[in-house]
Unconditional design. Sequence first.
Length: 335
Amino acid sequence: MSSALKFAVIGAGRIGLVHSGSVTDTSGATLEYVVDPIQASAERVATQFGCKFSIDPLKVINSGEIDAIIIGSPTPTHLPLMEAAIDAGLHVLCEKPIDLEIKNVDRLREKINKAKTRVAIGFNRRLDPEFYAVKERVNKGDVGKVEQVLIISRDPGPAPQAYIAVSGGIFRDMTIHDFDMARNFVPDIVEVSATGTNSFCDYIKEENDFDNISVTMKGSSGEIVTIINSRHSAFGYDQRIEVFGDKGMLQTSNLTPTTVKYSTKGFTSSQEPALELFLDRYATSYRRELELFIKGINDGGVYNSTYDDGRAALILADAAHESSRTGKIVSIQLK
């Protein structure tokens, strides 16, 4: 049996906390370092999980003490840290998006794809048990030839203005997860059309971004994929998928704390509200993401989203951004 892989988590914010917990809870992994330029943040998370901390990611990457890094730091740091890790012979699991500029992604593409170490992008939603089950049944032919895919993703509320200002916009920040999910069912997308509006959040409008969008995409075999996003939802974290084909349809429902339903004279089948936080909704998928990352390192298989998957999602995001601003249908090539 392979010895445990030694990890450093870079970034001590919310997602860094999630990944630190995943490493600690996963067989075959040990958490050696938490790294953050804010020492108090790095020390706090490291103390919680009983590991070392640092404010210098390059020092940790080149320390010889670790086998892999998980990058959960701000997007502009992703490519520099990824390249440094590859040069140091480390495996990399990096949060989305790879970068906000496709030219930067393309600059490192050949090096990444030739690397002897494993590089994966954190599109964990493919590995959510609900969505994964739909994909498995599509692969088995339960719906026949896929004709339509509907992806709905609505956050409970908008992120703070300071985050929106540097996020790269809703398509690159939020919808990018849904672009990856779309390609999970329809890999070869050739056209993108998007509409965006400002329905409820003044400060998002101030940042020249949208709070409410829809995207329609066409696959090379005539499939239609529709994505609906909103930065708010009155009833919790709204995450649903529907796949329709010539033999049938598969759907997922929102997750609630329990499956209990309550009926009375005034209403039928009332349930608890949908889960509020992405950390709760996708807790299992983050664990599964790490388990499969380790499995791929150990047996050579590819189980996570790849660098090229991340690149394709960004191409779709850029096309949606262009379409939403120009009103035109944007033709693309993902290869």
